[in-house]
Ligand binder design. Structure first.
Ligand code: AMP
Length: 271
């Protein structure tokens, strides 16, 4: 396992490597990240994992400061997984060069998380665009837990004709149904239980909606979630994930997209 803190040294190292499978992360590694890494290792070539908590994608400074970090544990996990290359840039290292490609922000960026987290996706695309330019990976592995993020990165890659293929990876969950997330580290036992009840409730609701479609019962969803102990609901929306439109009939597939708060911790999921 080789660790790089400088883009110049990293570029030197990878200049002769043909196929790079890239897994960008913000650290605080969990089973979700591990599944992306393992998937990337099934592809020919070398795996490169980056760890960088990108301040530009946090719309609140407090949230950036409170984001869980544990580099020592992360490096242990990566060593155990026998990851080939690690990039741990500083802010200066990754933001102090001129990029070739301008960021392309698809209009879907205005929906869901884009509504309440101003400039969040601009920040995400800024860093990913930089990583793609430095690393020129053959593949980038992204989790559909962050569906909107993965969608917008794919659109940027397509629009800017970047020679990288997006590999979307399924959401890995804890035994109680909660999606693995670095932010779960900020939950206490009771909040973790509430998060689990929210997922169970939504899975049930989805089954019901599939049967009865949207009747007046669905209006109580927000109230029900508050009764379960949710502090605040940022959004709960139903979209066909192919058309990005709301489903119009019983036969149409859809996903429930949710962002909610348990005290100060904001969780997102799609079911
Ligand atoms: P993050 O460190 O939260 O920025 O996430 C890094 C990558 O891991 C992103 O592509 C996420 O979508 C993905 N990811 C996060 N949580 C999960 C999960 N529970 N299952 C699968 N992938 C995930």
């Amino acid at each position: 396992m080789k660790i790089f803190k400088s883009k110049h040294k990293l570029k030197e190292e990878i200049s002769n490597i043909k196929n790079i499978s890239f897994v960008p992360t913000m650290g605080g590694l969990h089973k979700g990240h591990i599944s992306l890494i393992k998937k990337s290792q099934n592809y020919k070539g070398k795996t490169l994992v980056s760890i960088f908590v990108n301040p530009k994608q946090f719309n609140e400074k407090k949230d950036f400061i409170n984001y869980p970090r544990n580099l020592k544990k992360d490096l242990k996990i990566l060593k155990h997984l026998k990851v080939d290359l690690i990039y741990l840039p500083s802010f200066k290292d990754v933001f102090s060069f001129q990029v070739k490609n301008k960021i392309f922000l698809d209009k879907f960026s205005k929906k869901l998380c884009g509504r309440s987290r101003k400039d969040h996706f601009k920040g995400v695309l800024n860093i990913v665009n930089r990583f793609l330019e430095l690393i020129k990976p053959k593949y980038i592995f992204l989790g559909i837990k962050d569906f909107q993020q993965s969608y917008l990165i794919s659109k940027h890659i397509l629009k800017r004709k970047i020679n990288t293929k997006v590999i979307n990876c399924n959401t890995i969950r804890e035994k109680n149904g909660v999606a693995c997330s670095t932010r779960n580290n900020n939950l206490n036992k009771n909040q973790f239980k509430i998060a689990s009840n929210v997922i169970k409730y939504l899975k049930n609701k989805k089954r019901l909606i599939k049967k009865e479609f949207f009747n007046s019962k669905s209006i109580t969803i927000k109230k029900d979630l508050i009764n379960l102990g949710v502090t605040k609901i940022d959004y709960i929306e139903f979209y066909n994930s192919k058309t990005l439109r709301q489903p119009k009939s019983k036969r149409e597939k859809f996903k429930i997209f949710i962002a909610f708060y348990l005290n100060k911790t904001r969780l997102i999921d799609n079911i």
